[in-house]
Design a protein around this ligand. Sequence first.
Ligand code: BES
Ligand code: ZN
Ligand code: MN
Length: 505
Amino acid sequence: MSKTKEWRVPNFTFSTKPPQSVRADVLVLPIFEGLEPGPGVRPVRGVDLVALYEAAGNKGKRGEYLIVPNAGLDGVEASAILLLGVGKRDDAGPDACRRAIGKVARQLSKRARVATTLPQIAGRAFDEAVQATVEGVLLGAYRFDRYKSNSNDDTPKLREVAILGGARADARSARTAINRGQVIAESQMWARDLVNTPALDLPPAELAREAQKMARQVGLKAKIWSEAELKRGGFGGILGVGQGSVRPPRMIELRYENGSGAPIALTGKGIAFDSGGLSIKPADGMEWMKSDMGGAASILGAMRAIALLEPRLNVIAAIPSSENMPSGSAIRPGDVLTHRGGKTSEVLNTDAEGRLVLADALAYLAEQGPRAIIDTATLTGACMVALGDEVWGAMGNDRQLIRDVLAAGEAVGEPGWELPLYEPYRKLIDSEIADIKNIGKRYGGAITAAFFLREFVGDIPWVHLDIAGPAFSDRVGDYWPKGATGVPVRTLVRYVLLQAGTRRR
Ligand code: BES
Ligand code: ZN
Ligand code: MN
């Protein structure tokens, strides 16, 4: 079975034509909560659209929609109008666009030609809203049906989406925003595919092959570290975690070179499957742990988007991938591992494996002298307990970097929140016999995990994103089905694009 699918992506166009004169199967027009008509609604004559919408029991809440067939709509070329609730007028920004259109994306993909004025609700944030609308259309229609034997039944028919701007809109910047939205959404969908793919079909070597294939397609340099090379390089954490599995570990190294100066360094936790190892997890919910490479997938998705969007800077990624399994060859509680660079860790719980593989990758990246290091990881249940399933945790050693990444996340609708690296907690990972141990006590588990990682970055500005909550969803969201979300691809790409042109502090 092929592991990457090429999505059938519609063609997005931009135009400043009046909405009525656009030929389409459906014209999507926004309406605010409180039944205030959005851009394009009022000019339609022949029928009171708002009254129809209200009569069907709608209030304009985000995603509430009504399809009005064009039977006598004066001067309207489209075959139907879809009135789309977008929520409160005060919240009418890019995220409202992404969510509102995301909620009807499946409806839209039943038609061939769609047009919409939706981004006009965002006023001065028009370009950002165009990007978010494109993302919402694509991400909202995403399904993972590769393992359904009759998945052809509802193949998307959508071929063209016309984004309509007001008469004064800048077509060039709108088209740039369309392209950015398309690249980012496709990259995030690819990350979702990787995470949703069962671990059976995505061992470390296969993840590496997928990364290599992507790198070839978008023009990134790639080097896959084999088990033997990891041994020679002293990557004891990646090897130790992986030694209980018959499927050997890898490290995926990607380079994007398009500028001068120190690179931004990225890494992500790539545990193909986390059974817990000998400290085995309970059976209940263990199937979720195919998503324990969500950090790795987000970095791969971000690298894909970066390569296609071509910001003027350098980025290096080193992604560790092991499978955490219990067996006669697995590491035991009490074992000591030697990481890249020589630091040792005492493994008191084999289920705290993410930090063990990330330690090696962080040490390797720190050697490269980057301007900043960002890691993403489905690292701790504790972070989920603290922040719930939609907000990632941020911990790091550099105020500015933490602020920049949090701001990037907020801007793209992938919110994070900082947890403190409260220095007195550092001693919780002191070990009796090694440099550090891989667990603290139960309380503050997200923080002790981050302290463990901090040991390996030296004095390089670094931020760790614990995405255990938002990487995988047990319920349908506005623009994601159950399963992988691809968070935080959009955050990473936004951060990197903003850094292009920003010099090292
Ligand atoms: N991959 C898990 C964390 C996780 C749990 C992610 C649930 C998503 C959903 C991680 O490897 C893990 O097992 N962490 C342990 C650490 C503990 C043993 C110190 C945890 O959080 O319980
Ligand atoms: Zn894990
Ligand atoms: Mn674990």
